[in-house]
Ligand binder design. Structure first.
Ligand SMILES: *Cc1c(COP(=O)(O)O)cnc(C)c1O
Length: 396
C-alpha cells in the first residue's frame, strides 16, 4: 500500500491532538458566519477592517468583471497585465510615498519571489524565529545561508550580522507576528541593516490597513514614512523591501512589494513567482482600489478596533490562561497543551463562538493557544460574550 505510511501518520497526529480539520463556511466572512449549519460568532478571520464582504467592494468587483471579464488569461509578462493591475500598483506606491510597487498573486508567492530573486548561494538571510512559514520557505528555496535569531533578539541578530562575510545580506521579519500579535522593532532593525550593509524585508501582512493613523502599516506606526519626504535617497527605499498582503485588512486577495524603482524593475525580470504564473483576475484589482480608498478614509474602523482590543484585554485577566503582550487585533490566549487548546476551542464552539486553536508546528512546542482575532465588524457585546464564556470555561 503506497500511502499506508500517511494513514499511520494521520493516526499519530490524531492521538497527539494535532489533526487539522477544515471548517466549511456557508456564508461570507464576517463577525457572524454560518458553519456546518450553525450561526456562530467568529473571532477567526484576518478581515480586520470588515471589508471582505463590504458592499462597495462587491460593487467594484462586479464593475471590474463587466469591464475586464473574470480571468486575466495570461501571466503579467505575456498579456495578463491589465490597466486595472497597473493602476492599483500606482495607487499602492502613491499610498506609501514609495517610488514603485509590484503586485503578486499571494503573500506566499511574493515572499518566495522576492527572496529568490535577490539572493543566491553566496548570500545570507537573517530571520526572526517566529517569522511566517513563507519567509522560511523562501530562504530555503534561495539556497542562501539561513540564520535564525531568537524572537526579537537584536543582539543575537547583530552577532550574526557581524560574523557574516556573505556577498549580500538580507534581514527578514514579520512586521506584526502572525501568531503572537507583537511588533518587530523596525527602527532598530533598520539601524542594524545600515551598520552592516544589509537589506531589510518587512512582511507587513497583518499591519497594512490596520497599523498607523491612516492604515499605512508598520512604517507609519513608527513614524518612518516621513523619511521619504527628505530630499536625499532615503534609507527607507534604499534598504527596505516592504511587502504586504491584500487578503487580510484589505479584504480581497493578493500581495504587493513596494520600494525603489530598481528593486521593482529587478523583480519584474527575476521573481519567478511573478513571471511564471497567471495574473490575478483584474476585477480584484478594481475591488482593491475601493479598499484602499476605505482604508485611507475611514479612520473609525481602526478606532473601533483599538476600543475592542482594549475592552478584550481589560476583560481577559485570567488565572490559568495567559494573555500575550499584543496591542494588535491578534490577541492570543496562551493555553499550553494542544489537547486543552482544542478542547477549549470546541467548548466555545458549543456556546456558538468560533476561536481557532493554534498548535505546533505553527507555534513552538508547549505554546498551543487560542488565536482570538478582532475585527471592526465586531461590537462591544461580541467581545463581552467571548470574555464571559472564557471565564466560565477556565473555572471548569
Ligand atoms: C498571511 C501571511 C502571508 C501569506 O499571505 P497570503 O496572501 O495569504 O499568501 C505571508 N506572511 C505573513 C506574515 C502572513 O501572515
Amino acid at each position: 500500500m503506497p500511502f499506508s505510511y500517511l494513514a499511520d501518520e494521520l493516526k499519530q497526529r490524531d492521538a497527539d491532538g494535532l489533526l487539522r480539520h477544515r471548517r466549511m463556511l456557508e456564508s461570507p466572512q464576517g463577525a457572524r458566519v454560518r458553519v456546518d449549519g450553525a450561526d456562530l460568532l467568529s473571532f477567526c478571520s484576518n478581515d480586520y477592517l470588515g471589508l471582505a464582504n463590504h458592499p462597495a467592494l462587491i460593487e467594484a468587483a462586479c464593475r471590474g468583471a463587466q469591464q475586464f471579464g473574470v480571468g486575466a488569461g495570461a501571466s503579467h509578462l505575456v498579456t495578463g497585465h491589465t490597466l486595472a493591475h497597473h493602476q492599483l500598483e500606482q495607487s499602492l506606491a502613491a499610498f506609501f510615498g514609495m517610488p514603485a510597487a509590484l503586485l503578486f498573486s499571494t503573500g506566499y508567492m511574493a515572499n518566495l519571489g522576492v527572496v529568490t530573486a535577490l539572493l543566491g548561494r553566496n548570500d545570507a538571510i537573517f530571520a526572526d524565529k517566529l517569522n511566517h512559514a513563507s519567509l522560511n520557505d523562501a530562504a530555503l528555496l534561495s539556497r542562501a545561508h539561513f540564520k535564525r535569531y531568537a524572537h526579537l533578539d537584536l543582539s543575537a541578530l547583530e552577532g550574526q550580522l557581524a560574523a557574516s562575510s556573505a556577498r549580500r545580506k538580507l534581514v527578514v521579519s514579520d512586521a506584526v507576528f502572525s501568531m503572537d500579535g507583537d511588533l518587530a522593532p523596525v527602527p532598530q532593525l533598520l539601524a542594524l541593516c545600515e551598520k552592516y550593509d544589509a537589506w531589510l524585508l518587512l512582511d507587513d501582512a497583518h499591519g497594512f490597513g490596520m497599523l498607523g493613523q491612516t492604515g499605512r502599516g508598520i512604517l507609519e506606526h513608527f513614524g518612518m514614512l516621513l523619511d521619504l519626504l527628505t530630499p536625499h535617497p532615503s534609507p527607507l527605499t534604499s534598504r527596505i523591501i516592504y511587502m504586504a498582503t491584500l487578503g487580510k485588512a484589505a479584504g480581497v486577495s493578493g500581495a504587493f512589494v513596494a520600494g525603489s524603482q530598481e528593486l521593482i524593475d529587478g523583480l519584474v525580470q527575476n521573481a519567478r513567482t511573478y513571471i511564471y504564473t497567471t495574473a490575478t483576475p483584474p476585477m480584484l484589482s478594481v475591488a482593491l482600489q475601493e479598499s484602499l480608498r476605505i482604508i485611507a478614509a475611514e479612520d473609525w474602523r481602526r478606532e473601533r478596533l483599538a476600543q475592542l482590543i482594549a475592552h478584550l484585554r481589560d476583560g481577559l485577566k485570567m488565572q490559568r490562561w495567559q494573555r500575550m503582550p499584543s496591542e494588535t487585533p491578534i490577541q492570543p490566549l496562551l493555553i499550553g497543551s494542544s489537547k486543552e487548546a482544542v478542547a477549549v476551542s470546541l467548548a466555545l464552539q458549543k456556546k456558538g463562538i468560533l476561536v481557532p486553536a493554534i498548535r505546533p508546528p505553527t507555534v513552538p512546542q508547549g505554546t498551543a493557544r487560542l488565536r482570538i482575532s478582532l475585527s471592526a465588524s465586531h461590537c462591544k457585546e461580541d467581545v463581552e460574550m467571548l470574555v464571559d464564556a472564557l471565564h466560565l470555561l477556565e473555572r471548569q
